[in-house]
Design a protein around this ligand. Structure first.
Ligand SMILES: Cc1ncc(COP(=O)(O)O)c(C=O)c1O
Length: 443
């Protein structure tokens, strides 16, 4: 029998694409070949405006020279360093920089390679923390309906998207979920944080009453749910969650994989909402997507609780071969420099109103049933085609890519705009114009 592959080198068949309609893609591929600043370029040279920051990653735009140089130099200097029992200077430098950027005493960092790993790390830390503090019965994890926390078993257990959960068995047994914060009847066409819905945080009291606080380790929420279509936190909601967690000794974890690094106009959404969680999960924007990296920012008392026992013993049995990979650390340090020198978060903040005005101008177009925005993120819900949910959305993915020269993220029938944070008012105009044309083309 031949050991040779039966596949030609450029055959599209072998690559099983993630979260992709594989058969549809392969019958009409959407390929990008290069990227620079606010744009992607197709292999045949078409220029596409990036309305998705790649996948909520490229907050500093693409192909930024200082980041590219840092990665190149690092690859030549130190390609890999074992992270278990050994270190390299940039890992420590980066942890200190991130701790300085985060609010309150979130001053320790555990590195991962992705948002999913960051979430699973935070959940393990939460349960482990209660264990080392002598509260081993606190194992239950509370997520939220319409939350997305990546694809690890921990993340899907606390996540609230049924397609991500229903195929994979019962997952973690001890979980529960807060209700979703979105209610179209109450919130349609809200600008920024909706007025209605802060009281939904009080549902946590009912969950505590049901399970008893002594069995609950942590609550994890996205300050703005991104993947299920830009659901900003209602006014007051996050503060109320913090208060209830404090009352019952529950840890509060913010999953800031999307909201971190400027998306809401601040380094972290925690700052915007003036709430210090016990942990922050981050990824994506930390390197502007240039090298995979994620991590968890951890408050001092949680870190310190683990630092017990004999000094030669491992304190937290967890880690990844590529935790604090030198290329990722170099990329992240260069990215943080760029965010600072170009005032990227401030740019996002100063353009929030212009962006909001532009996206809300789409109200009244055919099939538009809601528009939401916060920071530099917006969603336009289109009415689904009868009996075919997601079909109009898929048509939008094709229309924008092939005919409007725009790369846009679509979730179901919801169009999402989340461009790089180096944008200006002209880019906003162009993206909203192209979105408008797309909506009209699909009517
Ligand atoms: C809030 C949130 N958490 C976790 C993840 C998972 O990140 P990754 O795809 O890097 O594993 C995502 C990805 O979009 C996310 O939006």
């Amino acid at each position: 029998m031949s050991t040779q592959s039966t596949r030609a080198p450029n055959d599209l068949e072998a690559y099983w694409m993630p979260f992709t309609a594989n058969r549809a893609f392969k019958s009409g591929p959407r390929m990008v070949g290069s990227a620079s600043g606010m744009h992607y370029f197709t292999p045949d040279g078409r220029k596409l405006i990036d309305a998705a920051s790649g996948l909520w990653c490229a907050n500093a735009g693409h192909g930024r020279e200082s980041i590219v140089r840092a990665i190149q130099e690092q690859a030549a200097d130190l390609d890999f360093a074992p992270p278990f029992q050994f270190g390299h200077p940039k890992a420590f430098q980066l942890a200190s920089r991130l701790a300085a950027l985060a609010p309150g005493d979130l001053d320790h960092v555990f590195f991962t390679n992705s948002g999913s790993e960051a979430v699973d790390t935070a959940l393990k830390l939460a349960i482990g923390y209660h264990n080392v503090a002598g509260n081993g019965a606190r194992q239950r994890l509370i997520g939220r309906v319409r939350g997305y926390h990546g694809v690890g078993f921990g993340g899907i257990a606390v996540g609230g998207m049924s397609p991500n959960r229903k195929f994979y068995g019962s997952s973690l047994p001890a979980t529960d979920h807060l209700p979703a914060t979105y209610n179209r009847a109450q919130q349609a066409f809200s600008r920024g944080e909706p007025e209605w819905g802060g009281h939904l945080a009080d549902e946590l009291e009912n969950i505590v009453a049901l399970h008893d606080a002594s069995t609950i380790a942590a609550v994890i929420v996205e300050p703005m749910a991104g993947s299920t279509g830009v659901l900003p936190a209602p006014k007051g909601y996050l503060k109320r969650l913090r208060e209830i967690c404090d009352r019952h000794g529950l840890l509060l974890i913010f999953d800031e994989v999307i909201t971190g690094f400027g998306r809401l106009g601040f380094a972290f959404a925690a700052e915007r909402y003036d709430v210090v969680p016990d942990m922050i999960c981050f990824a994506k924007g930390v390197t502007s997507g240039s090298v995979p990296m994620g991590g968890v920012l951890i408050r001092k008392h949680i870190h310190d609780a683990f630092m017990k026992g004999p000094e030669h013993a491992v304190e937290f049995f967890h880690g990844y071969t590529y935790s604090a990979h030198p290329l990722a650390c170099a990329a992240a340090l260069a990215t943080l420099d760029l965010y600072e020198s170009e005032q990227v978060f401030e740019n996002a903040r100063s353009l929030e109103e212009t962006f909001a005005d532009a996206v809300h101008s789409l109200k009244g177009l055919p099939n538009v049933v809601d528009i939401r925005n916060v920071g530099i993120a917006a969603a336009i819900d289109l009415a689904p085609i009868d009996g075919k949910p997601g079909k109009r959305g898929y048509a939008a993915t094709e229309e924008t890519f092939h005919r409007q020269d725009m790369l846009m993220r679509v979730a179901g029938d919801t169009l999402v705009l989340a461009p790089p944070l180096i944008l200006d008012a002209n880019h906003i105009g162009e993206m909203v114009d192209k979105t408008s044309r797309t909506i009209r083309a699909l009517a």
